[in-house]
Design a protein around this ligand. Sequence first.
Ligand code: BYC
Ligand code: FE
Ligand code: FE
Length: 474
Amino acid sequence: MSIDYNQTIPNNVDLATDRSLQRALEQWQPGFIDWWRELGPVGSQGHEVYLRTAVSVDPGGWAHFDYVKMPEYRWGIFLNPPAADPKIHFGEHKGQPVWNEVPGEHRANLRRIIVAQGDTEPASVEQQRHLGLTAPSQYDLRNLYQVNVEEGRHLWAMVYLLHRHFGRDGREEADAMLHRHAGDPNNPRILGAFNEKTPDWLSLYMFTYFTDRDGKFQLSALAESGFDPLARTTKFMLTEEAHHMFVGESGVSRTIQRTCEVMKASGVDAADKLRALGVIDLETIQRYLNFHYSVTIDLFGADQSSNAATFYSAGLKGRYGETKLDDDHVLKDATYPILEVANGRIAEKQVSALSSINERLRDDYIRDSVAGVERWNRVIEKSGIPFRLQVPHKAFNRKIGSFAAARVSPDGRIVSEAEWNAGVGNWLPSDEDRAFVASLMGRVVEPGKFANWIAPPAVGINRQPASFEYVRFG
Ligand code: BYC
Ligand code: FE
Ligand code: FE
């Protein structure tokens, strides 16, 4: 399973032995590079960036760090090795051997899942393309670029599956990945959150904390798939994903830390006065959190979904940690609690577990998200400041699922349109909040220097110091 770097497309799938596939992917490759140059990070083409590149799929030592010009990054196709005796472990095919080729009856659904996953990857690069111009430090700039090149590689992961397993339709879908664009009104990305803007670095950290974590959960569900090439490729993507969430968690944490330092040193706690001192007030951080959290939990789809039930029963997409769950892994008669609006209140009801697979994954995601918010709260607590961040109720600000039609406050009350309009300025970032955060975004390029609104990291990347030269500007 070693990676062959002598190829135009680095890979560990023996691409050289399948000449027509290799040729098709080599034809897609220049379009990808053109897309990167046009819609990838603005003004970055000449920079040498201290990036990690995958050199193996061995969890013990898969990454190599060196300076790379990003258009020359070695994007490639890396699958985890197959399991010793690979079996489908859920749904109607439970116990049967995994599929190495796409079963005809599941072709349309598998294609749909792979396309939805693939589409998010370049979308996020497009959303983040302007941020390099306002990076708060070289360290942060390098982390942004690392996330961007790896999202580019995640696109390669899905494009390989489309080319290898879906014939002409797959090639067309692979081309379409480079033609839909985040926020393009004529040809938008498929899922809602990937058409939002990521205009500033607080948004970036919230996005990588919350939305890349959707990636973790969706990829984990796909890593259970009975379609083994999908399972193996998503397993390796998950290895890369951990750093993306780290960028988000530590970025928000350092922002909070800096705000708390200034609050303590100045004795000031009113938002407007803190803003005058050049840091982001905790109330604004809470509103950004509310926005990114609610937009991201929409990505799990409707609370009850016949698609999701079919994906599960067919063995295409499992639950989070499927093999560790203690049940029959078929769920024919099982139930699961979901929320609904009943008599003007939010109430729980039991529904079929199969139909509520999306909701279950959303709940697993919520548990994981909340844990990091508690770690942020410990930073605030340590400073002795009486403020707590909280994730909003899961019905707040939803556009997908049974709450899409309801107005729900962050504390989970159904509210009137008037109450929503009166409260929304305290619940979601206002234009003024966004303008203030934007006003702090200035470019800091000297190694070891950090913008005033964010604390330096405790340690750098790959055991380098925070003051390391992470980017050589070109
Ligand atoms: N926006 O039956 P439902 C990542 C549509 S993030 C717009 O609930 P289903 C990353 C839906 O398509 C991980 N539309 O849908 C992170 C359907 O449309 P049609 C991405 C939406 O299929 C950061 C209709 O509503 N991976 O990797 O059960 C940076 C009915 O909905 C949305 C995946 O998502 C939405 N939010 O569930 C970079 C995994 N939600 O057919 C990367 C693959 C639903 O009625 N995707 N709709 O016209 C899937 O497994 C599923 O397609 C979904 C939706 C979970 C997304
Ligand atoms: Fe990704
Ligand atoms: Fe990611």
